[in-house]
Write a protein that binds this ligand. Structure first.
Ligand SMILES: [Fe+2]
Ligand SMILES: [Fe+2]
Length: 430
């Protein structure tokens, strides 16, 4: 591996490490072959030194070594196969996800982040839920009633509804939106943290809400504002039976993967996909908060059949967490296109409108379940159709790049929101 200054770079050279700008933005992956255009843009991004080599770099060799170690490889295969209910995946997309899943698991094992600890990080339900015999029968779980109960329980500040109105009004201006958001200092601080993250990769620090609105757009900022407000209301009132850290780790992983997957094809949709990812499984929190006994039975049945939890919810409750979450967001004034992302994240093929964004969320959900810590509750993965996978147009190289980019951003976004109470073990979205 050799370090060269940007002025000494020549096209055709190969990167031996991921290339990151001084502001933390991911630019190119390890193994990329430099073009004259790349070299020009490195100067613009303020990059001064670059690692280059003829070989693909040390990380690749390490990965290769773990995949050649039969013991590590077998353990990795077993742990990933467990997520597929013990069987080998048949569809093209699931097969590809299995491949990268085994590689990531082997990497984690080799780095001595043993899989029992990562399995622990994946546990969503606290163990006591299985012995919650003291919980009386649930009052009833009609979907509408659950939505009403949640609406009665959580109240948002006036600003939230004003932002929601502005988002749905074609007349509202960027200045108006920026003024509304600026009235809430905690919300503004959270949004500025996001605007300064690698998600946007803005070279100069964004220090005010009007500046953030000008850079990413009033609509985009309003969508993020609604998402952060709703996430904050769940962060503050954790469900009793749930590991909230694990829940938010999964939600952030889906949000970031969704944003990285969509930025190439639908850059204007990244905020709504990000917020959709953050909130996609909140229906599970509502179910656990209001009908824990019923959810315990659903969970036990899913475990017994090694079935995705969402399937068992439909079978035993008559609806699933996605429909419940989507209906609640609609009630809270989310634009339909955003609440539908949550509502159909397990049924992307059922909706023609916004089908790419829905597909992205469904793929991001499964990828997050295999590759990253955290859990939305299901021990077993739902199936992805071949049509959905094809729509993503992900070559193995593109998928590897998405994973690497997402890995870095997930850690950053997680750290942005972690902290607050309890020595940093709880999430604080505001
Ligand atoms: Fe879900
Ligand atoms: Fe999920």
């Amino acid at each position: 591996m050799e370090t060269l200054s940007v002025s000494d770079l020549k096209s055709g050279m190969t990167l031996s490490a991921d290339l990151i700008a001084p502001n933390g933005r991911f630019i190119l992956p390890r193994g990329a072959c430099l073009t004259p255009k790349n070299i020009m843009s490195l100067k613009i991004w303020g990059v001064s030194q670059v690692f280059v080599a003829d070989s693909p770099g040390p990380g690749f060799e390490e990965e290769g070594a773990c995949l050649k170690n039969p013991e590590i490889l077998e353990k990795a295969r077993c742990s990933v196969r467990e997520l597929f209910g013990g069987s080998f995946p048949e569809s093209a997309g699931m097969n590809e996800i299995y491949r990268v899943g085994v590689r990531e698991a082997a990497r984690r094992l080799a780095a001595e982040t043993d899989l029992s600890s990562s399995r622990e990080a994946k546990s969503f339900f606290v163990p006591q839920i299985f012995s919650c015999t003291h919980v009386g029968e649930d009052e009833g779980f009609a979907l509408e009633r659950l939505v009403e109960m949640e609406v009665e329980l959580v109240s948002f500040p006036e600003t939230y509804f004003r932002i929601s109105e502005a988002l749905q009004s074609p007349k509202s201006s960027i200045t108006h939106v920026a003024n509304l958001i600026s009235k809430d200092t905690a919300l503004s601080a959270a949004l500025l943290r996001l605007a300064n993250s690698a998600m946007y990769g803005v070279p100069a620090k964004v220090e005010s809400i009007p500046r953030a609105a000008a850079l990413i757009g009033g609509n985009a900022l309003s969508i993020l504002a609604l998402g952060v407000s709703v996430a904050a209301s769940f962060g503050a009132v954790p469900a009793r039976w749930v590991n909230m850290q694990s829940f938010w780790k999964h939600s952030i992983a889906v949000a970031v993967l969704g944003q990285v997957l969509s930025v190439r094809k639908t850059p204007r949709a990244i905020e709504r996909i990000f917020v959709g990812g953050m909130l996609h499984d909140i229906g599970r929190l509502i179910l656990l908060r209001h009908v824990p006994l019923s959810m315990t039975k659903v969970l036990a049945a899913a475990e017994a059949e090694k079935a995705p939890l969402v399937e068992m919810e439909r079978r035993m409750l008559g609806f699933d967490h996605a429909e419940l979450g989507g209906r609640l967001l609609e009630k809270w004034g989310f634009p339909r296109i955003l609440s539908d992302l949550v509502r159909y994240h397990h049924l992307p093929e059922k909706k023609e409108e916004d089908s790419f964004s829905l597909g992205v969320l469904a793929v991001a959900d499964v990828l997050a379940g295999v590759l990253f810590p955290g859990s939305g509750g299901s021990m077993y993965l739902p199936e992805l159709s071949d049509a959905l996978w094809e729509m993503m147009e992900l070559s193995p190289e593109a998928l590897d790049m998405v994973i690497r980019q997402a890995r870095r951003q997930i850690t950053e976004i997680y750290d942005l929101f972690k902290g607050g109470v309890d020595g940093g073990t709880e999430f604080s979205f505001r």
